[in-house]
Every structure is written in C-alpha cells, then in structure tokens.
Write a protein that binds this ligand. Structure first.
Ligand code: FMN
Length: 309
C-alpha cells in the first residue's frame, strides 16, 4: 500500500480510520478496525461518561492494540472531563471535530498525542490550522452523522490545494475505489463510518444494522429533526445525515416545536428511531465483520492503484 502520513506516523497497514461514531463505535469496533490494519476510533457522544471511555478503551486495546478517541469540540465546554478521560487512556490520536479546538490542542499535545480535526469548509481549515492540529479530515456532506454541506470531492480538492497539513477524506467512501480515488488525488487516507455500520461489532439497536443493509444511496436525508426530537443542542450549521424512515417522512422540514417532536419520537420503534448513515449505505448489501470491511477496502484500493505503478 502507498506510504502516507498515517502509515509513517502510526505504522498502520491500510490508511483507513474507523470513524468515531457516537452511539455506534465502542471498543469492539475500534479494536476490530485496528486489528485489521487500520486505526479504529471510539466515538464519545456528549452523553457518554469518562468511565465509558475508560472501559471501551480497555476493550479496544485488548482487541486491536491501538485505537483513537473522537470527541465533539462544541460540546466539550459542558464536560471537559471527557477530554481528560480521552487523554488518560493514551490513545494513538484524538479527533476534535465540529468547532474550534484551540482551547484543547495544547493539553492533548502535552501528553504526546496528535490531534486531528474534521473540517467542512475552507474557513474551518483556517480555524483548526490556527489551533495547531496535526492533520485534517475533509468531511463531505454525503457523510453519515453530523456533517457539512459541501460534497467530499470538491471539499477534498479545495483543502488539498490550501494546506500543507496531511489531509484525509471522509464521506461516502465505502469501497476500495473510494480509497484509491482519495490516495490518487493526493490524500493521506480516509475515515470510514457508514461502511462499518452493518458490522456486528457496532453498538446500537439491531434495526440500525438491518436498515443500513436495506437502504440505497438515495435513502438518506440531511436533517436536524432528530436533534430537536432528542434535545441534542447541536449548533445549527451541522445537520445530521440519517437513513429516511417514517419519522423523517412525517417531520423533516415541518414547522413544529421540540415538544411535539419529542412526543412523536420513539427510539424503540424501528420506523422512528434515528439511524445516522451516509450515502455510502448504497454500497452495503450484507453484514460483514469490520475486519473484512477494512481488509477488502485496503486490498481493492491496492489492486486499483497498482495499475498506475
Ligand atoms: C452513526 C454515526 C455517528 C457519528 N458520530 C460522530 C461523532 O460522535 N463524532 C465525530 O467526530 N463524527 C461522527 N460521525 C461522523 C464520522 O466521523 C465520519 O465523518 C463519517 O462517518 C464519514 O462518512 P461516511 O459515513 O460516509 O463513511 C458519525 C457518523 C455516523 C455514521
């Protein structure tokens, strides 16, 4: 596989990060991605606890050796203990995404841990560069979960042309073709989330894995309706991409208050509960182990890129 910043810095076999997916990526998933030759990240949601990070880090370490931890920058001021816990488990990297990480980068660096941020615009790039991050991930609007609005490919080109930092891409990458495209463009690797969501190592309800297998690439919506129904105070600029269901059909784009949405929302109902996932759902046709997903993407990309060797 082509040597990139990821392989040089961390010795990974494949330049693939397993996304820090709040509610879905715990130690079992992160460890499996790392064991397969990538680097898996724990996704600490704002409702997780420092104890959760500690426990899942132990699982990730025992399964895969190395792992990273991903936090949401905008929510850290209400609970900086999550950052302390992430530093304390000595991960390979910490991602601080969605917000200005300036207040936190030095603390992470003091522990010898690199900081990587997902960015959604050129303005975001300038903010995280000024904060002193070590690398960036251009996260396109086709990504699952919370994201921006610019597509992965235009954003990746813009970011690659505008920074000397290592650049990875996220959003819509689910096969070796996607990884090969990013590497050929000059990127240092990819972060995959959706491609892992049908794997048995993910946390979350069984219906979420089944829906990811069923859904096609046109079956997602960029919406804030689940944040409003679940009282998650995300800043307005980041919507979440989720698979459509009866709840989005009834409420996305409808002018109603949060109480009405909260009353209508039922996470135990597969037709209502949120399944955050990106347009890469159309590439997932069966439940495969995370190790198989990572190894296949890596090997297929290698084969495609060998045409240019
Ligand atoms: C279910 C789900 C939850 C996510 N939660 C987080 C999160 O807590 N923190 C974060 O930085 N990114 C989160 N993301 C975004 C991912 O880090 C990543 O950008 C995205 O999965 C990449 O696009 P893809 O889903 O098309 O592979 C989440 C994505 C998904 C699908």
């Amino acid at each position: 596989m082509v040597a990139t910043w990821l392989s040089r810095e961390f010795g990974v076999e494949f330049p693939i990060l397993g996304a820090p997916m709040g509610g879905r990526a715990g130690g079992a998933l992160a460890g499996a991605v790392s064991a397969a030759g990538g680097l898996g990240l724990l996704g600490a949601a704002r409702y997780n606890s420092p104890e959760w990070i500690e426990a899942e880090a132990a699982i990730a370490r025992s399964v895969g050796g190395r792992f990273g931890v991903g936090l949401m920058t905008w929510s850290l001021p209400e609970n900086e203990l999550l950052l302390d816990a992430a530093i304390a488990v000595a991960p390979t990297m910490i991602t601080l995404s969605f917000g200005d990480p300036a207040r936190y980068v030095e603390r992470v660096h003091a522990a010898g841990i690199p900081v990587v941020s997902q960015v959604n615009t050129l303005e975001d790039l300038r903010v995280v560069e000024a904060a002193g991050v070590d690398a960036v991930i251009a996260q396109g609007g086709e990504a699952g979960g919370h994201t921006g609005r610019i597509g992965t490919l235009p954003l990746l080109q813009e970011i690659l042309d505008s920074t000397s930092l290592p650049v990875l891409a996220a959003g819509g990458i689910g096969t070796g073709r996607g990884l090969a495209a990013v590497l050929a463009a000059g990127g240092d690797g990819v972060m995959i989330g959706t491609a892992l969501l049908a794997s048995p190592e993910t946390e979350g309800p069984e219906y979420a894995r089944a829906r990811v297998v069923d859904a096609g690439s046109a079956d997602t919506v960029y919406t804030s309706v689940f944040d409003r129904a679940r009282a998650q105070p995300w800043p307005q600029r980041w919507g979440g991409r989720a698979v459509t269901n009866e709840f989005t059909a009834a409420w996305h784009g409808v002018d109603v208050d949060e109480d009405t949405l909260a009353t209508a929302y039922d996470p135990s109902d597969p037709n209502s509960g949120v399944v955050y996932a990106g347009e890469a759902v159309g590439l997932i046709h069966e439940s495969r182990s995370a190790a198989d997903v990572v190894a296949r993407i890596g090997a297929d990309a290698e084969r495609l890129l060998s045409r240019f060797a």
